[in-house]
Design a binder for this molecule. Sequence first.
Ligand code: NAD
Length: 471
Amino acid sequence: MTFDLYVDGKWTTSTSDERIDVVNPATEERIGDVPAGSAEDVDLAVAAAKGALEQWSRIEPSARAELVSRLADELERRQDEITDLVVAEVGTPRRVARWAQVGLGIIDLREAATAAEDFAWEEPLRNSLIVREPVGVIGCITPWNYPLHQITAKIGAALVTGCTVVVKASEVAPFTARALAEAVDAVRIPPGVFNLVHGYGPIVGEAIAVHPDIDMVSFTGSNSVGKRILELAAHTVKRVSVELGGKSAAVLLDDLSDEEFAKAVPHTVRACYMNGGQSCNAQTRMVVPRSRLAQAEKLAAAAVAAYAPGDPTDGGTKLGPMVTAAQRERVLGYIRTGVKEGAKLVVGSVDAPARTGFFVEPTVFSEVDPDATIAQEEIFGPVLSIIAYDTVEQAVQIANGTIFGIAGAVWSSDDARAKSVARRLRATQIEVNGGKFNGAAPFGGFKQSGHGREGGAFGLEEFTEIKSLQF
Ligand code: NAD
């Protein structure tokens, strides 16, 4: 018997006997399994979360924030070991997994705890007192690409605001979530406040989406599943926040010096290939002045040379495998479509490398039509499309010309000009001249990249109801 669900502060077994194999994408070997949980498992977890809500929500925010900080400390203490788990189940190269996967998860929790310090829990408005209260029981449904961070981005904020959670981790990469539950247990977050169930989306995920005692679903994943959850959640009028796909553009303006251009191109390649291109905010379109297309191709090809597919446990590897065989096929399908639709293949291949593991060759297309399939759809692999523009107006139109709007970048010699173009991009996080990541800044989507924000105080707001007391 395996105790792999964490419900009401205890490790429990699933009511289902079915198991889901977990496979290491670099070796194609089975590394373990988790239960294919049931709707009854969800009922038990929701009952625990509902039971814990009243007491947890009445604790002082500072005390909840203190526990969330301790959870961050515990993850930090186990950072190397959890990094190994992510490398094994996702295939993220170890050199980036430590900070981009586990480090980011720790930052999420610390930023949520910090935001609690000066959050407007209550404030006067004329003869009223405006108070922010927890939404209630939150169902968190998360993807495999950043299996720790996608959960911590939700639960850090949810727990600080006094909500309780039922987490359904991705069945593709569930062991990191288990490590998180162990950390929750170690720092003695009260029973029922954090619950973890495993299983398939259509069973466990849908049971969460329709559950009458879940007050809100916070979902990160694909657009198709996000839409399904929005439909299902409508029946109980529960709140839903959805963080979905992306097709982000880096716009290189026409005033860059050769030196600046030579910095912007490899930076964009890196921002596209991070985690094998399996990032919702991957900069998958590089929009360059037509006169500099050849220069962009040359610089991109040179940058890509450092991304030979390799063993993710090797400290030198920058590009690991795709997470599953199905994901590899999907990416190869897009590369073939790119060729068929007439884009110029600068580097890369329509075939997978002849080796064990779900690898694809790092790929760059140029002369890509802004309306081509590879320029419009989320590929979720190491495939960069270089698109030419004639005027800055056109560059902005191209950048905004997809259904998505999650991230982007603008490069210019002139900061004011970069800022003015950045403000015109319909997306949430825009890097200006390679600006650094900020964990307190809001993250989320415009358009069909979803709605809702995560990160710092913006994340806390998502999990609060606003109420007024009149005097
Ligand atoms: P997915 O939508 O297939 O799965 C996400 C989660 O939903 C998993 O836990 C899955 O089991 C569950 N699920 C599947 N079917 C369900 C259903 N019918 N009802 C309820 N739950 C269901 O996504 P994925 O393949 O795990 O992740 C990749 C996608 O996630 C990409 O599209 C990517 O852009 C997106 N993503 C978005 C963000 C963001 O912040 N916007 C971040 C990371 C990933």
